[in-house]
Write a protein that binds this ligand. Sequence first.
Ligand code: ZN
Length: 224
Amino acid sequence: MKCSICEEEIDETELYTGDEATYYEGKPVCETCYYEDEPVATVYLNRDDYPHIISYTRNETEGAFRAKWHSTDPWRGYYETESDKYALVNTAELLAWHESEKMLKAFDETIRELFDKQSIDYARVFARSSNVFYQNYDLYVNKDQSLLARLLVVKAKSEVDYGNPKWYRNIVFDDEALTKIAELFPEKNIQTDHDAVELIQELGDNTLIELQKRMKEKQGASTD
Ligand SMILES: [Zn+2]
């Protein structure tokens, strides 16, 4: 029998099959490919320090969580996680070296304390993206406890100032560029990188034309 990944002939004793809820589910793979396939997501249950990994061949959560590639364009994307057993109550983008890292760490500590106090069964799932500096942090709770959990998420967020637009800047645009876009499109109330990216997506091919038009108008107004 041949390995579904490296296509080498597999020895009887080294025959593995991809775990349930993985890309290679039920398909024959060799021992090396089975163990060395790189994890795409890591799951931590409650206070447990032991990481349960999900790769294309292994799923140490016994199928409680799955990870699917979500492409944003032909070169970029990230792994999206899902679960039948748990409900997603928050998702955050973890950006290495970014200012928001500290705030998200505080959020993580606060929410876990609140969950522990209310005996909420939760899972933290960290999923990779094509960008080495960026991963998703998805917070899940037992489905039966999701209402209370969602209220606690709101509480934790207000404690760490989670909604402050300052955390969502300097990701795509620097402050100067963002201020300029906000000035040129006052009706869009642009405060974060996300707002600006959304505007550009909305304008599509007309982005440059619209931008140049508004810059000209602005120049004209200031020299009048
Ligand atoms: Zn192989």
